[in-house]
Design a protein around this ligand. Structure first.
Ligand code: FE
Length: 320
């Protein structure tokens, strides 16, 4: 039996778990909560925690879990061979503490009637005075944004990044509220001209048959930022073995299973994400329609580590 604490909750993940049980005979007991809930629960349970494997959905949170000592290092030839080093965190001689298992890009969605892709083809342009009152984005301190801003910090340095964040605050169409899908809908409703979102939220709308979602896709266009330079910011969902895992061997086996081509396909398709393993293939018409793009090369662990400094900047510039 394997105790899995998961912040993922997608239907295809069911098949993912039952296939593992079929192949290994190891049953999975799943405890679902959101990322913050899982981290709080692990901390409260301490050494008595029954958790074996932890699945979270953002580099900022995985980094936080590592800092809080909630994971243990895993040394596995399979994981090292299949998961790119750039998508692993807490690397030491004892192994990595967390592993990316799927990726999602953080992109711009524009109102085609108000902007051209070239107006926002770099994250840096979100601070351009021409965009005053035109940006919709969820809370700056949401982990998705902390990680994006941490990526910009890596590329631009502290002074330019803080000035950029200040410029973005001046360009907001409204105080940050809601999730990424709400920002996309606000663009289609004319409330703002550009939104910042993860790719899978847009792909979900692309696949929807509801007339109101069709209308959103009609009016908008997705733009992959920074294609001509460092590439688009890409975040991960990731897995770790719990610090006090009682079923350590089964936990490592499960992580290795997650890196298999089959599991990679299910993980990615379940939430319109991209696999991390090069040999894994997916069939996702929405993502295919969005096309291939250049991803940033910065190690995701560095992005995660930058988020603490980013939060201080957000407080200073008043980015809620
Ligand atoms: Fe999400």
């Amino acid at each position: 039996m394997l105790n899995l604490y998961s912040a993922r909750h997608y239907q295809t993940d069911e098949a993912l778990y039952s296939n593992f049980t079929k192949a290994t005979g190891i049953r999975i007991n799943r405890i679902e909560a959101d990322d913050a809930g899982i981290l709080a629960r692990l901390k409260a349970e301490g050494a008595a925690s029954p958790a074996d494997v932890i699945l979270l959905v953002d580099a900022a949170r995985l980094w936080r879990g590592e800092q809080d000592g909630l994971f243990q290092p895993v040394k596995s030839a399979v994981l090292e061979q299949r998961i790119p080093a750039q998508l692993r965190g807490g690397e030491s001689a004892q192994g990595a503490q967390w592993f990316g298992i799927s990726t999602r890009a953080r992109v711009h969605v524009i109102d085609k009637t108000r902007l051209k892709p070239a107006d926002v083809d770099r994250y840096e342009k979100l601070a351009a005075p021409a965009l005053k009152g035109q940006i919709c984005i969820r809370s700056g301190s949401h982990p998705y944004n902390l990680s994006l801003f941490g990526s910009v910090l890596d590329a631009a340095g502290p002074a330019a990044t803080e000035a950029w964040l200040k410029g973005m605050v001046a360009n907001l169409a409204r105080d940050p509220k809601g999730g990424d899908t709400d920002q996309i809908r606000a663009v289609a409703a004319g409330e703002c001209a550009v939104a910042v979102t993860n790719t899978y939220y847009y792909a979900r709308l692309m696949k929807s048959q509801r007339p109101e979602d069709r209308a959103v896709i009609e009016r908008t266009q997705l733009v992959f930022p920074n294609q001509a330079d460092r590439g688009t910011h890409v975040n991960i969902s990731g897995a770790a073995v719990a610090r006090n895992a009682r079923n350590r061997d089964a936990a490592v086996k499960f992580l290795e299973y997650l890196a298999s081509d089959d599991a990679q396909r299910m993980l990615a398709d379940g939430n319109n994400e991209y696999p991390v393993v090069a040999s894994a293939t997916t069939e996702n018409p929405a993502l295919t329609a969005l096309g291939r793009f250049k991803s940033e090369a910065v190690p995701i662990a560095k992005v995660g580590a930058n988020t603490a400094v980013v939060q201080q900047m957000l407080d200073r510039v008043g980015f809620k």
